[in-house]
Design a protein around this ligand. Structure first.
Ligand code: 2BA
Length: 107
């Protein structure tokens, strides 16, 4: 099982590539814990000999991007006053987990 967290901008193209290569994929709308922004998580049950091809498709399709975000408010000194700090963040290409599946059933 490949679990790939990708940017929304890359998700449609990646799903197209995967299905064109005969892979099955489920697309979930997810939210990153750090940016609290939408991203996409793809679940794909693949055979062992399809793992490398799947990873290649992900690498080929998912771009790395930079974004500015205001996170981690810091105390300014004034009691109760917080100032969001702008931070530049590089996202992706993709965060990928390759999992062993003990059973696959369709019932
Ligand atoms: P977010 O959690 O929203 O993180 C977006 C980007 O912010 C990350 O990009 C990384 O560059 C940065 N970032 C995240 N946590 C940080 C921190 N504590 N300090 C500084 N910068 C931080 P990516 O690494 O490409 O991750 C993109 C998305 O993939 C994440 O969105 C999250 O939804 C998922 N993700 C990444 N690593 C994960 C993991 N180990 N487990 C589960 N999900 C993960």
């Amino acid at each position: 099982m490949i679990v790939a967290i990708v940017q929304d901008e890359d998700a449609g193209h990646l799903v197209d590539e995967m299905t064109e290569h005969g892979l099955r994929v489920t697309k979930l709308a997810t939210t990153g814990g750090f940016l609290r922004a939408g991203n996409t998580t793809l679940l794909s049950g693949v055979e062992d000999d399809e793992v490398d091809m799947t990873l290649s498709l992900i690498e080929k399709t998912c771009r790395s991007r930079e974004t500015m975000t205001a996170v981690a408010p810091v105390l300014t000194g004034e009691e109760g006053a917080f100032t969001p700090v702008p931070v530049q963040v590089r996202i992706g290409g993709a965060t990928v987990f390759v999992l062993e599946i003990s059973q696959f059933l369709k019932v």
